[in-house]
Design a protein around this ligand. Structure first.
Ligand code: NCD
Length: 303
């Protein structure tokens, strides 16, 4: 095998725009409470080499809502702990009858590597600092529930953009859909080159400037597990970049506040902002289920 199986979803960057639009449309039609069993008899493995709450449970509920059987394989407690390679684990899962693997891994490119070797669709549930395509799609679905269209919107991403696969996938998707994006954070977390990586990105170090006139605010957790020795002065970070109720007033009055989770109250945002009426953080989690239903239905050729 060299090319990924049809239906694989490895990232947003190389996904055709018409496929993105098709997935968004499908996600908006999916209803977890009233779903047809499109995937009855299908076996989906959730293969997680990294911690997850939202992504894992929503992929599982999405699969089950469509009638599929799921099994969870975590790196701890499986043969991965004994040193089994990615490909050997993949071949094992294929041999027991997996029809699709949803995979999260700390190394960028791990799902792509798996997809090159297996003849079943692989869905990337987050690979290192690279991509998190299902999160970008569910975020677009969430924005579209609050705004008429993506085109012409202004979105601002604040925080640890460098280590964030969520930010990378969101930038690919939203710039492609005509959203003007502003990136904001300190140089350690948002290097100067960030804004040059895609057309349509703007960078500022000043949160006030980043927020002025924005329609969508996307906050990110400081990914302490990926800092690799880099020291962040948290008090300084909080003083300059924490989203507070006062700062939120600088954005458009109907701006929405997003965060992929897990949120750390008191760090990248105050509890007041997390729970304010403009916050759609819980909504994003909810929209994860229909969005992942669409991804799995497409993966297995039922959409
Ligand atoms: C994120 C992730 O794992 O990439 N969470 C998620 O999937 N919703 C972001 C994070 O861990 O901060």
């Amino acid at each position: 095998m060299t090319t990924p199986a049809r239906g694989s979803l490895l990232g947003i960057e190389h996904l055709e725009t018409k496929e993105i639009l098709r997935l968004l449309q499908l996600a908006r039609r999916m209803n977890p409470q009233k779903a047809r069993p499109l995937l009855r008899g299908k076996r989906i493995v959730l293969l997680f080499y990294e911690a997850s709450t939202r992504t894992r449970t929503s992929f599982e509920f999405a699969a089950k809502a469509l009638g599929a059987t799921t099994t969870l394989v975590l790196s701890s407690g499986s043969s991965i702990e004994k040193g089994e390679s990615i490909i050997d684990t993949g071949n094992t899962l294929r041999a027991v009858g997996a029809d699709c693997i949803v995979m999260r891994h700390p190394a960028a490119g791990a799902p792509h590597f798996m997809a090159k070797h297996l003849d079943i669709p692989i869905v990337n549930a987050g690979d290192g600092m690279h991509e998190h395509p299902s999160q970008a799609l569910l975020d677009a679905v969430t924005i579209l529930k609050h705004k008429k269209s993506l085109k012409g919107l202004q979105a601002t991403i604040i925080g640890d953009i460098f280590h964030s696969r969520v930010a990378r996938s969101a930038c690919h998707l939203l710039t492609r859909m005509g959203v003007k994006m502003t990136l904001c954070g300190p140089p350690e977390l948002v290097p100067d080159v960030a804004a040059t990586l895609m057309p349509g990105l703007r960078l500022t170090r000043h949160i006030e400037e980043a927020l002025r006139g924005t329609d969508v605010i996307m906050l990110l957790r400081v990914q302490s597990e990926r800092l690799a020795g880099l020291k962040i002065q948290l008090q300084d970070y909080i003083a300059r970049y924490q989203m507070t109720a006062a700062r939120l007033k600088l954005a458009k009055r109907d701006a929405i506040v997003m965060h992929p989770g897990p949120i750390i109250r008191g760090l990248e945002l105050t509890a007041e902002v997390a729970d304010c009426p403009q916050s759609v953080i819980v909504d994003e989690v909810r929209n994860g289920v229909p969005t992942r239903m669409a991804i799995l239905a497409r993966a297995l050729g039922r959409a």
